[in-house]
Design a protein around this ligand. Structure first.
Ligand code: SF4
Length: 510
């Protein structure tokens, strides 16, 4: 039986509720923590309620043991592993190389994520790589699964891979712009081959329900595992302060956990029971399964959580109102259903406040539509002029002129593979700390970038607001911006576009 069979079979069987548990590799190849993780995995391997463990990769942006090393040790115990695969620390070639290795090792269940921004490492902060975004990685792996290995396209000498690709989704975004862009990105992930979804960490039943409503309403049929996380007190503090990207503990929940912590067990049982209630609600409302996790949980804790959830299952509708931990001003995609405490079918009306189109966006769109769309009135003139300048050895002058204009207007970083036209004329090389081209990471908080909280707004909030100013707020759900071609760095993107060297030409080949 292929290694992914049990987990995959359970995931796609509507009669089954799939349970996975998240493990975090320790720092160092030989550590007490590693041994403790293996002991827990050995107990989970004997528990038929758990179908797989997922293994994080440099979680929190900090270097740890490679996930496949822990994964291979656990696979030998007979337990399936899902390995997290992020682009934060590796470029596209390193990613392919690792995928070849994992295919060879029989590690085929993946959770494809952008990854947290890298943190302090040897002698300082490492270079944040983010050569590809998660949508690109899905596209790369989907091609490998089809037997398309790039240069050796459809080369029968290389066997297709059979990776199963999970993706993350965060419904726990406070503002309309962040939330709408999370869902837009999910659609791009689905279009590039995502197989299933794991949600981010949060504790609001209606938010979890929103995911199912959105999938149903937009016709996406991916199975979803809801995240059931049991924080300890340290992690509670960090999540409440926003120090763990994408994980949200609201003020009310924080106050409740602090109160519970005054008890003799420091509130552990209360936190486990809250997790059990969430698990019961997820199962009741129709999730395909749940992704469990939490620092320092013992096997006895996990067993208590699962048994409690089982006992609470019949009361899941009542429990919905207890799991009401969202910001008072937080945005929901749908209006509330007063009868159930969940969502109705009616979409929330979007505010139209300040929806005017900015002048530089208006101007840039006008120029783009006149000269940079095939068939546009000035397309031929623009192309002829640029190509004549290149042949007349004025390419450098053109390149400098373009850079100065675009730097003043957009903060251009001279990538030579311009995506302004696809991203509402907001430059991701300048505006997004992870250089993402197909939608936001999951790390923004209250509209701020994960990397610059309180200082710089998330780039995709700006993109959303600009699209919305033209009534195009849902348009980002379709489309694909191919990865940047680094061979074009510091060259004229106008010339590259007219010469058919940039990503626009590759996009049209799709
Ligand atoms: S700008 Fe937004 S998408 Fe980019 S790194 Fe910051 S939070 Fe993530």
């Amino acid at each position: 039986m292929p290694e992914t069979a049990l987990f995959k079979r359970s995931l796609f069987n509507p009669e089954e509720f799939t349970l996975t548990f998240e493990l975090v590799p320790s720092r160092g190849g030989n550590s007490k923590e590693h041994n403790r993780t293996l002991e827990l995995a050995a107990q989970l391997a004997k528990d038929k309620r758990i179908q797989a463990v997922s293994i994080t990769e440099n979680a929190g942006g900090q270097a740890a043991l490679s996930p496949e090393v822990l994964g291979m040790e656990i696979k030998k115990m007979g337990l399936e592993v899902i390995v997290h695969f992020s682009s934060k620390d590796k470029n596209r070639n390193q990613m392919e190389s690792l995928l070849f290795a994992w295919d060879r090792l029989g590690i085929r269940d993946l959770l494809v994520i952008t990854g947290d921004y890298p943190q302090e490492g040897y002698q300082g902060c490492p270079k944040p790589v983010f050569d590809l975004g998660s949508v690109h990685v899905l596209d790369l792996i989907a091609r490998m699964n089809r037997g398309d290995f790039g240069r050796e396209r459809k080369n029968a000498a290389i066997s297709p891979t059979s990776f199963l690709m999970g993706v993350a989704l965060s419904p726990f975004k406070r503002s309309e712009a962040e939330l709408m862009m999370q869902y837009a990105k999910l659609h791009r992930k689905a279009a590039r081959g995502a197989d299933y979804i794991i949600t981010q960490v949060g504790w609001d039943a209606r938010k979890f329900h929103e995911v199912l409503c959105h999938l149903r309403q937009t016709g996406l049929t991916l199975p979803v595992l809801g995240n059931v996380f049991v924080p300890n007190l340290g992690v509670t503090e960090l999540m409440h302060k926003g120090r763990i990207p994408g994980c949200v503990i609201t003020d009310r929940l924080y106050a409740e956990i602090r109160r519970e912590a005054e008890g003799p067990d420091k509130g552990k049982k209360a936190r486990l029971l809250r997790a059990a209630k969430l698990l019961a609600v997820l199962k009741g409302m129709g999730y395909a399964g749940a992704h469990l996790g939490g620092p320092g949980l013992s096997y006895a804790d996990i067993d208590f959580l699962l048994k409690s959830a089982e006992e609470l299952g019949g009361r899941w509708r009542e429990l919905v109102r207890e799991l009401d931990y969202w910001h008072g001003d937080g945005f929901y995609l749908y209006e509330k259903d007063a009868a159930t405490g969940l969502n109705s079918e009616r979409e929330t009306a979007l505010s139209r406040e300040g929806a005017g189109m900015q002048l530089n966006y208006r101007l840039a769109s006008l120029v783009h539509n006149l000269a940079f769309e095939p068939g546009a009135p000035l397309y031929g003139l623009g192309k002829t002029t640029c190509l004549a300048l290149e042949e007349g050895r004025l390419a450098n002058t053109l390149s400098h002129l373009e850079h100065v204009i675009k730097f003043l207007m957009f903060g251009c970083q001279n990538c030579g593979d311009c995506t302004l036209g696809e991203l509402a004329f907001a430059c991701p090389q300048n505006g997004c700390a992870k250089y993402l081209l197909n939608g936001p990471c999951g790390g923004s908080r209250d509209g701020w970038c994960e990397v610059y909280p309180g200082k710089k707004r998330c780039h995709y909030v700006r993109v959303y607001e600009r699209l919305k100013s033209r009534g195009l707020e849902k348009s980002f759900r379709t489309g694909f911006v191919p990865p940047r071609d680094w061979a074009l760095h510091n060259t004229s993107s106008w010339l590259n576009f007219y010469q058919g060297r940039d990503h626009a030409a590759r996009r049209e080949e799709e």
